[in-house]
Design a protein around this ligand. Structure first.
Ligand code: 3PG
Length: 417
């Protein structure tokens, strides 16, 4: 398979480069301002490198979607944030691919940077268009976005790993008509995925917690089935569902919580995983609940409890810390407890600290995982803090990522020239 070209393979001086980044950021409901700059910060190395080498650089990016409409805002503040961090001007134009954008692109000088407006102001770029219309990358080369912008550029660079699960024109179609290369972040993220999903150092431990248990269950089939994970530590609601599958009663409050979120269907799935891989799956030994404003721990043998389960307990924390300490690779998705509540943050605090302390190769991903890790530890101690949410989960669940497929196909064409 041909190597995906990187920006080091391009001679960009004086050339027009179209760079797709993912700087989709949470927007504070009250202020309307960007609430987390992680993806903006992670995009800087590629932008800086290309501009320093004299590229005439145009950035394209999406923000929000029809499905998370309050995040669907223009990109003016993203340009200001990029400019402040890069210490050089980043122009912004409130047009995506119309005449004003095209005129601005034509006037760029060497090393200039211009951010176009939110790609999702175009129908072709919203995720429902992808779902409903289902165009191939070849067909997407005929979309308004690609027809309008591609003729103005020499190269297309993609550094938007976090959107790798989106088969939209900006992600998979410019490769059809322009020489395409990967940015530094995309290469780093693909290497990180390979390290946890395809050829992990052993033992490889997956810690799966959080509320969005469809993510955890999506991955379980793959990582247990093909032996990627030597051990899976279950926590959060995933841990509770596994205990239900073993026949434990959690108590009315926690069972209602699971039923109300339509998660009961996962109990059968958990039972199937236990039947096939009981040795590899670790279950919580105890839990924490809140009684009259205080944290109280309950061993699993003393269940059910009338209180809502909020966290793993001390014995589970000790056992999982030890498993992390023994591992050579640790992947984490989902906090173990309701960490925003001080009575329920001990599990998340302790296990994130164990991650920071271990010399193992550590990878975390997903919005809630990263924001909870930032709350308790210095995340520079983690080897890879993925920018991916949906993209990461999809890859680890064994499903293809449209971006990686498009970049691989483009690589064959790139090196054939
Ligand atoms: C993300 O936030 O996961 C990516 O930016 C993709 O966004 P989307 O899920 O709205 O396509």
């Amino acid at each position: 398979m041909a190597r995906i070209p990187s920006i080091d393979d391009l001679d960009v001086a004086g050339r027009k480069v179209l760079l797709r980044v993912d700087i989709n950021s949470p927007i504070d409901l009250g202020t309307g301002q960007i609430a987390d700059f992680n993806r903006i910060d992670k995009s800087l190395p590629t932008i800086r490198d290309l501009a320093d080498r004299g590229a005439r650089l145009v950035l394209i990016a999406h923000q929000g979607d029809t499905l998370d409409y309050h995040n669907l805002v223009d990109l003016a503040q993203h340009a200001a944030a990029l400019s402040g961090r890069l210490g050089r001007p980043v122009g912004f134009i409130d047009d995506v691919a119309g005449p004003a954008a095209r005129r601005a692109i034509k006037t760029l000088g060497d090393g200039d940077i211009l951010l176009l407006d939110n790609l999702r102001y175009l129908t072709e770029e919203v995720s429902t268009f992808e779902r409903d219309v289902k165009l191939t990358p070849q067909q997407m080369a005929g979309t308004y976005l690609v027809r309008s912008l591609a003729p103005l550029f020499h190269y297309y660079v993609n550094d938007a790993f976090a959107a790798a699960h989106r088969a939209s024109p900006s992600m998979v179609a410019f490769q059809e008509v322009l020489p395409a290369a990967a940015g530094r972040l995309l290469i780093a993220e693909i290497d990180a995925l390979t390290a946890v999903a395809d050829s992990p150092q052993r033992p490889c431990v997956y810690l799966l917690g959080g509320l969005k248990i469809s993510d955890a269950f999506g991955m379980l089939g793959k990582v247990l089935g093909d032996g990627t994970a030597d051990e899976v530590l279950t926590a959060g609601v995933t841990g509770q569902v596994f205990l239900l599958a073993k026949g434990a009663g959690l108590g009315e409050a926690s069972e209602k919580f699971i039923r109300d979120r339509n998660l009961w269907g996962f109990v059968d799935e958990a039972r199937r995983h236990l039947a096939g891989h009981a040795d590899a799956i670790r279950l919580p030994l105890d839990f924490a609940v809140e009684v009259e404003g205080k944290r109280v721990e309950i061993p699993v043998d003393d269940l059910p409890t009338e209180h809502l389960i909020l966290d793993i307990g001390s014995r589970t924390i000790a056992a999982y810390t030890e498993a992390i300490r023994r591992a050579a690779t640790v992947f984490v998705n989902g906090p173990p407890g309701a960490y925003e509540n001080p009575n329920a943050d001990a599990g998340t605090r302790a296990l994130w600290q164990a991650l920071a302390d271990t010399p193992a190769h550590t990878v975390i991903g997903g919005g809630d995982t990263v924001s909870s890790a930032k709350r308790f530890i210095d995340t520079t101690a983690i080897d890879v803090v993925s920018t991916g949410g949906g993209a990461l989960i999809r890859y680890l669940s064994g499903k293809p990522l449209p971006l990686i497929e498009a970049m691989r196909a483009a690589a064959e064409r790139f090196w054939a020239k």
